[in-house]
Design a protein around this ligand. Structure first.
Ligand code: NAD
Length: 402
């Protein structure tokens, strides 16, 4: 009882008093089909990193006939340089919660999980309180806000494995199994948690859904470019003066502009990682590229998770490569032989490069290993594990390593 009183006095409750849940209220007046249509028309693409169209994922899920469906919010944000989901969980938990409930209603899921990275202690604390309070207010549980929709939400804490951010490893982890990836297809929307249709959406994706549903008009579709609608949260860090989370309208800024927005570089820039370590780098003379999915892809990179790392010339490239390689060697789940052994071999080659200096043979071996891993790895972890390393070696930095 005492604990209850203390809880009711927290900032969470006071803030929730002032949050209108307008997106959810609008949603509950619409049919699931019309919500899926609206999200499809908004052009929203998954903000975890892969950029898969959210509306299409929901269409697949809604079409599944099943006694039980699940909605999972993937908050296992582990991509180095990425902290936009942490920002949302800590500062706007109601918006995330609202997006989760809207998504569940749209695909007819009555059970859900939010899987938060174990290291995000504050986010876990905030969201635990948010869920508890949401039950008190009738936002979770039976007949949400007086409608006929029931939805139960549980929080699961991650245990420190980067690979659990991969949706299939995350599903295994919730089931109490080892965090290892599953082969896709079947995709989770077909056969996911406990073998049932499951939608896995990223934190930022779901917050954006809440925002889209606030407006009768599809304002989101009017922002950005043809292939990159709306806005994206960018967590910019590294050698910039004001590292933080910034919201950028797609197509409105170049990478260089975004760096300026973040206070400008601290030192002379060598390269930029536009979207986390799964993405290829852009050299200092390639920073005029417009911030959109299409422009970054045309330049051999990607929006990825939005974790933008600015790297100045003061860093030793071989040490950086070894640091990143070490990360992938340690974090591979080990299921796929090419990912496990390929990444280990790449580290060996980088160590040789450190001892003996660069030669083209090393580049060829790393290129071949990258191709094998990309073709044979089950999940996004392996498929993208060599992008950063290979792009540095390939572009021109090997001249400096020589
Ligand atoms: P993916 O392309 O395999 O899938 C993206 C999403 O679309 C998944 O939910 C998948 O189930 C769904 N999907 C794809 N094709 C489908 C189909 N035909 N039918 C139904 N659903 C379909 O990518 P992924 O392996 O899920 O993610 C890889 C990305 O994750 C990388 O590009 C990287 O940027 C990112 N990443 C992010 C973090 C982070 O912390 N945010 C960490 C590591 C990696």
């Amino acid at each position: 009882m005492i604990e209850e009183k203390i809880f009711l006095k927290t900032d969470i409750e006071k803030t929730m008093d002032n949050y209108d849940f307008l997106g959810l209220k609008n949603t509950l007046k619409m049919s699931p089909e019309n919500i899926v249509k609206k999200i499809t028309e908004s052009g929203l693409r998954g903000r975890g990193g892969a950029g898969f169209p959210t509306g299409k994922k929901w269409q697949f899920a809604l079409a599944q006939e099943s006694d039980i469906k699940f909605l999972i919010c993937n908050a296992d944000e582990g991509e180095p340089g990425t902290f936009k989901d942490r920002f949302l969980l800590e500062n706007m938990p109601f918006k995330v919660l609202e997006g989760i409930i809207i998504a569940a209603y749209a695909v007819k899921a009555n059970f859900g999980y939010i899987y938060i990275r174990g290291e995000y202690a504050k986010a876990i604390e905030v969201f635990e309180k948010t869920i508890k309070d949401a039950y008190h207010r009738g936002l979770l549980g039976k007949k949400i806000l007086g409608s006929n929709f029931d939805f139960e939400l549980r929080l699961v804490k991650g245990a420190g494995a980067y690979v659990c951010g991969d949706e299939t490893s995350l599903i295994n982890s919730i089931e109490g199994k080892r965090g290892q990836s599953r082969i896709k297809p079947p995709y989770p929307v077909q056969k996911g948690l406990f073998g049932k249709p499951t939608v896995v959406n990223n934190v930022e994706t779901l917050s954006t859904v809440a925002e889209i549903m606030k407006y009768e008009d599809n304002v989101y579709a009017k922002m950005g470019t043809e292939n990159s609608k709306g806005t994206k949260l960018v967590s910019i860090n590294g050698d910039v003066k004001l590292p933080d989370v910034y919201e950028i309208e797609f197509g409105s800024m170049t990478i260089k502009d975004i760096i300026e927005l973040a206070g400008g570089p601290k030192d002379e820039i060598n390269f930029v990682v536009p979207g986390g370590l799964a993405t290829s780098i852009l050299k200092y003379d390639e920073l005029e590229v417009l911030y959109t999915y299409e422009d970054l892809e045309n330049n051999g990179s990607s929006v990825g998770s939005g974790g933008m790392i600015v790297v100045s010339k003061k860093h030793d490239l071989i040490e950086l490569l070894l640091n990143v390689s070490d990360f992938f060697v340690k974090e591979t789940c080990g299921t796929c032989f090419p990912c496990r052994e390929g990444n280990r071999n790449i580290k060996e080659i980088l160590l040789k490069m450190k001892r003996k200096g660069y030669n083209d043979e090393y580049k060829k071996i790393i290129g071949d290993l990258r191709e094998s891993i990309m073709l044979a790895a089950r999940c996004g972890f392996g498929q993208s594990s060599v992008n950063f390393i290979y792009s540095i070696i390939d572009k021109y930095f090997y001249e400096e390593v020589k």
